[in-house]
Design a protein around this ligand. Structure first.
Ligand SMILES: *Cc1c(COP(=O)(O)O)cnc(C)c1O
Length: 449
């Protein structure tokens, strides 16, 4: 197909995610033909560094030989079969490995097929658990402002990003929302070195007051991604774990974005040395190959559902593609690559590059903060540096930077006034440098007076 024909048909028939379609009048979607390592290659042959891991899913680059082989090999056997009453080797192998890697006593794996549905399944598990252990009043969820847990109605109910949620408010479940951490504009005037996660008091106050009505707290550990890569300290998670224990409330960790090495450890909770009761994983789980998500649960939770059929305690949640064999086979290969190539050990050296670039970004008159956690970094552009005055969202500085970066061969999707880096973990050092240089130059351009 000619490029013009692809674009014509796209305009005629495709409704893209998270996009104002009218924007495509000035910047049409880019038809991607191939991927090669950390590069996306469009139909005209232009190459783009995939600085956002194709929406945070890619881990080891595109068209990875081992993942290609794992997918092809499984497709020769079977692509999909019903997962109720049947099982398969990739699913059990993946489950065994995930339980071994997961912190604490997470020992059972429930399969869904995208992050939002994993969040919904975890919420339903927690809710049903309390119904079945004689605490039927525990029906609500506590989440944070600026949280992101997906776009389906249940997941959106525990979200806190107004732009995705405001209009749907009448559809959403009622729950509790606590003021979340905001380290860049810390209301306590603390610095990362003096912080004792004082802001935890907001969550603590609500949870202590309402524990008898709360099934679970759900949060994104260490990084509130969609909020603009807001990074907060592990101590917050330690306090959360202790508080949940004291009050008989589940801790649901949404590691959909931060899991699989993004923070420098396999799972973000490891930085705090704590384990959740339920953990949602997706995105990186298949290295960006196939839609797949899981909820890991403790045996304690699982056991509350295990009984004679007539007890009606089963978890009857299901998705047509639950436990898809192609996806599971690729996910197993992802974990083998982590192991064989010692991926986590290769990260610290790359992470130091962010440290090296930090002073340069932070010296810029319109950069409020250059924040980083593991292999994730973000630059927050501000109109006034002294008092951290943001640019009005209507000016779309981040979007302008995104457009300019595309011209220079890099994909750097904006989150409001924030440009972030979440490159594939295997991005070579020089490519990371190039990505950071491109980011600096486009930020400079879009903030020029
Ligand atoms: C992306 C994301 C989700 C939703 O996952 P989808 O597969 O897009 O439905 C949920 N939580 C977090 C933290 C995410 O980053």
């Amino acid at each position: 197909m000619e490029i013009s024909e692809i674009l014509r048909l796209d305009r005629a028939h495709v409704w893209h995610p998270c996009s104002q379609q009218k924007d495509h009048e000035s910047l049409p979607p880019i038809p991607i033909e191939r991927g090669e390592g950390v590069y996306l290659i469009d139909a005209s042959g232009k190459r783009y560094i995939d600085g956002v891991s194709s929406w945070w899913v890619n881990l080891f680059g595109h068209s990875h030989p081992r993942l290609n082989r794992a997918l092809a090999a499984q497709s020769e056997k079977i692509a999909h079969h019903i997962f109720a009453g049947f099982t398969h080797e990739p699913a059990v192998e993946l489950s065994r490995r995930l339980c071994e890697l997961a912190p604490g006593k997470l020992n059972k794996v429930f399969f869904t097929d995208n992050g939002s549905s994993a969040v919904e399944a975890a919420m339903k598990m927690s809710f049903q658990y309390w119904q079945q252990v004689g605490k039927p009043k525990k029906t609500k969820f506590l989440s944070l402002t600026e949280a992101y847990h997906g776009e389906t109605v249940g997941a959106l109910s525990v979200g806190g990003c107004d732009q995705y949620r405001s209009i749907y408010r009448p559809m959403l479940l009622e729950g509790f929302q606590a003021q979340g951490p905001d380290c860049f504009r810390c209301p306590y005037g603390l610095h990362r070195t003096t912080c004792q996660a004082q802001c935890f008091e907001h969550l603590e106050a609500i949870l202590t007051e309402e524990a008898q009505n709360i099934a679970a707290v759900i949060i994104e550990p260490l990084i509130q991604g969609a909020a603009g890569m807001r990074i907060y300290p592990p101590l917050y998670l330690k306090k959360l774990r202790a508080l949940c224990d004291r009050n008989q409330v589940h801790y649901i960790a949404d590691e959909i974005a931060v899991g699989f090495g993004r923070t420098g450890r396999m799972f973000a909770n490891e930085h705090a040395g704590v384990a959740p009761d339920l953990m949602c994983l997706s995105k990186g789980i298949t290295g960006g190959y196939m839609p797949l998500a899981v909820v890991l649960a403790t045996d304690e939770i699982y056991d509350a559902f295990y009984d004679d059929y007539q007890s009606q305690k089963a978890f009857l949640h299901s998705h047509s593609y639950s436990g898809n064999p192609l996806a599971c086979a690729v996910a197993v290969e992802v974990l083998k690559i982590f192991e064989d190539e010692k991926i986590l050990q290769t990260l610290p050296e790359k992470m130091t590059l962010f440290d090296d670039y930090a002073p340069r970004f932070e010296a810029h008159p319109h950069v409020g903060e250059f924040r980083r956690c593991g292999m994730v970094a973000a630059v927050e552009m501000v109109r006034q540096k002294a008092d951290k005055t943001p640019y009005p969202w209507q000016e779309r500085r981040g979007y302008q930077a995104y457009q300019k970066a595309l011209g220079k061969g890099a994909v750097l999707r904006p989150l409001g006034n924030v440009l972030y880096f979440m490159p594939p973990l295997t991005t070579p050092f020089e490519v990371l440098e190039e990505l950071l240089d491109i980011a600096f130059s486009v930020i400079d351009e879009v903030t020029a007076p």
